[in-house]
Ligand binder design. Structure first.
Ligand code: GUN
Ligand code: ZN
Length: 345
C-alpha cells in the first residue's frame, strides 16, 4: 500500500522543453505542449507522462487524480546565476558595479563567517527559490566555508539541485573577506570532497572575478579544475566597462578579460560566465570553441547600468546561454519576472 500512498497523478496542461536550440531549429521541435496531459510520479520521481487519454491505463488503482486544467504546468526553473548571501541587499541604491561591491556587497558578505547567520539566510533563500518555481540554481556563496555548508545543508532538506561554491578572492577586498591561493585551494578541495555529488549537490569552483584574484590564485583554481574535471566553474565576465579596463591593467600579458580565465584553464563545457555584456568578437569565438556558457542577467544588468546584453549574438555565435536572476544586483527571485526584463532588452 505504501507505494500507492507515495504515488501522485496530476491532470492538466503541460509545457516542457525536449530539445535545445542546438538540437532543433524550429520552436515546435524544442517545446512540447500537451493540452490535456497526465503526469504520474512515485516518491517524487516521474513514472509516466503523456496524454490523459493514453495515460489512464497507467494509473494505479486507488490513486486520486489532481486536476489542474486551468493551469499551465512547467518543469522547475533553472537559475544560472545567483548570490545567496546577497538575499538581504536587493535594491541597494544607485551605484555601478565596482562602487556597489565596495559600498554594499562586501559589508553584507562579511556576516557569513557566522554559521548561524548563514543558516538563517540559506533557509530563507532556498524557500524563496522554491516559492518562485526554481528547483535548480548555480549559486555564489561567500569566501567562508561556513556559507557553503549552510547552503548545501538547506538545499538537502528541500531536495533541491544546487550547484554552488566558496568564493575565491585574495585581493582588492576587505581583509576579512580574503583568502590566499593556498587556503582557497585547500578549502575548495575539502568542500568538493564533502559536497560534490552528495545527494543532488554539485560543486562549482568560484573565483569571484579576475580583479579579486591574483594570478597565483587563478592558477590554483585551474589546478583544481584539472584535478576535478566534472566540477563546474562559475565566475563573472565583462559586466561593466570600468571592470574590463581594470582587468586589462591587472593582466597586461593576456589578450583580454576572457583570455585571463582561458589561460588558467577555467573555460569549458562546465564553465558558466555571468553577464558577458561587452564581449569582443575574439571572446565570442573563444566561448563557442570552449563550449563555455553565459548567464544572462537582465534585471542586474539594468539595475547596475551595466548595459544591454546582445542576446542575438549567442545564436549567431552558437554560445550556450541561460537566465540568471543575479540576486542581489538583480531585483527579483522570479524567473518569469526576469524573462519579462529579458524580453524588453
Ligand atoms: N562581479 C564581481 N562580484 C560581483 C557580484 O557580487 N555581483 C555582480 N553583479 N557582479 C560581480
Ligand atoms: Zn553575480
Amino acid at each position: 500500500m505504501s507505494s500507492v500512498v507515495a504515488t501522485t497523478a496530476v491532470r492538466g496542461r503541460f509545457l516542457d522543453i525536449q530539445n535545445t536550440v542546438a538540437q532543433a531549429r524550429e520552436i515546435h521541435d524544442q517545446v512540447r505542449y500537451v493540452e490535456d496531459g497526465l503526469l504520474i510520479s512515485q516518491n517524487g520521481k516521474i513514472q509516466w507522462f503523456g496524454s490523459w487519454q493514453e495515460g489512464q491505463q497507467h494509473l494505479p488503482v486507488g490513486v486520486e487524480v489532481q486536476h489542474y486544467l486551468e493551469q499551465l504546468i512547467v518543469p522547475g526553473f533553472i537559475d544560472t546565476h545567483i548570490h545567496f548571501p546577497q538575499t538581504e541587499m536587493v535594491g541597494a541604491y544607485g551605484e555601478q558595479l565596482l562602487e556597489w561591491l565596495n559600498t554594499y556587497t562586501f559589508p553584507t558578505e562579511l556576516q557569513f563567517s557566522d554559521k548561524a547567520y548563514a543558516d538563517q539566510i540559506a533557509q530563507f533563500f532556498v524557500q524563496e527559490l522554491l516559492k518562485n518555481g526554481t528547483t535548480t540554481a548555480l549559486v555564489f556563496c561567500t569566501v567562508h566555508t561556513e556559507s557553503v555548508d549552510a547552503l548545501f545543508e538547506a538545499a538537502g532538506q528541500h531536495q533541491m539541485r544546487l550547484i554552488a561554491g566558496k568564493v575565491m578572492m585574495d585581493r582588492h577586498a576587505p581583509e576579512d573577506l580574503c583568502d590566499t591561493p593556498d587556503s582557497a585551494y585547500a578549502d575548495s578541495k575539502a568542500l568538493i570532497e564533502k559536497w560534490h555529488g552528495k545527494g543532488r549537490n554539485l560543486y562549482a569552483i568560484t573565483p569571484r572575478f579576475a580583479p579579486t584574484s591574483t594570478p597565483e590564485q587563478l592558477a590554483k583554481a585551474g589546478q583544481l579544475k584539472a584535478e576535478y574535471p566534472d566540477v563546474y566553474v562559475h565566475t563573472h565576465l565583462s559586466e561593466n566597462k570600468n571592470e574590463i579596463a581594470w582587468v586589462k591593467d591587472l593582466f597586461p600579458e593576456q589578450q583580454g578579460y576572457l583570455d585571463v580565465y582561458h589561460h588558467f584553464g577555467l573555460t569549458g563545457s562546465h564553465s558558466v560566465f555571468a553577464h558577458c555584456v561587452h564581449l569582443e568578437d575574439a571572446e565570442w569565438d573563444c566561448m563557442h570553441q570552449t563550449d563555455s556558457a553565459i548567464a544572462f542577467c537582465p534585471t542586474s544588468n539594468l539595475f547596475l547600468g551595466s548595459g544591454l546584453f546582445p542576446l542575438n549574438k549567442t545564436w549567431e555565435k552558437q554560445v550556450k546561454v541561460g537566465l540568471g536572476t543575479d540576486i542581489g544586483a538583480g531585483t527579483s527571485f522570479n524567473q518569469l519576472q526576469t524573462l519579462n526584463e529579458a524580453y524588453k532588452v
